[in-house]
Design a protein. Structure first.
Length: 221
């Protein structure tokens, strides 16, 4: 669970979730990030534990660089969307009668702003992307986990360690997403400039963390 709270994980999930802050979507994305993370950890570590293989420091650093580039890309995408779309907020109502505030843009609208209908569907929850990002993180983190799992007394214990570690990452990120959903939902009710500032901080933070991770591992190649 603690592993799920590492800076590069938080940066990726925060950047991925910026602008899509319904509580259900946040929790689903966090959980599926953990699932993707667990899939690659169990697959890579399981195969290497069974066959007695290892991951070289060179390969480990290369994988971390790929993660760093992914995080930089996610942060850059947040800033680009913020600049391009200039999101703002309106109350709107769903067919179920639910009223809530929602961030949206009129980037593709050709009508005047006041004439545009502010009712829309919530279709893209970004769940597939959450799984892929989690899988990428799991691939990069497999080397360190493999070293720890290999110290167990038996092969079954080693694989069990990896599975428990993966389940902990799912629980950790799902719990964090649930907790984070409250301030993010509250943020939607703030002024548009404050919400946009928060998204900008998320994007810049992701880029800074990605650059730091990139430079640290580039030196190790």
């Amino acid at each position: 669970m603690q592993h799920a709270l590492e800076a590069d994980h938080l940066a990726a999930v925060a950047a991925m979730s910026a602008g899509r802050s319904s509580r259900r979507a946040l929790i689903l994305r966090g959980s599926l990030w953990g699932l993707g993370h667990t899939i690659t950890l169990v697959t890579i570590c399981g195969v290497l534990l069974i066959w007695g293989g290892t991951i070289s420091p060179y390969v480990q650093s290369f994988l971390e660089i790929l993660v760093a580039l992914m995080i930089i890309g996610l942060g850059t995408n947040v800033l680009y969307r913020l600049y391009q779309q200039r999101p703002h907020f309106h109350f709107h109502q769903h067919d179920t009668g639910e009223h809530h505030l929602h961030a949206h843009t009129h980037q593709s609208d050709r009508k005047e702003h006041l004439k545009v209908k502010h009712q829309h569907e919530h279709t893209d929850l970004g769940l597939g992307r959450a799984v892929l990002i989690g899988m990428m993180h799991g691939t990069a983190g497999s080397a360190g986990l493999l070293v720890l799992a290999a110290t167990a007394s038996s092969l079954i214990s080693s694989i069990g360690y990896v599975i428990a570690f993966g389940l902990g990452s799912i629980i950790g990120m799902a719990t964090l997403s649930f907790v984070a959903s409250y301030p993010m939902r509250s943020l939607e009710r703030c002024a548009s400039w404050l919400n946009n500032l928060a998204f900008a901080i998320v994007g810049c933070g992701a880029i800074v963390i990605g650059v730091r991770l990139f430079t640290e591992n580039l030196a190790a190649l």
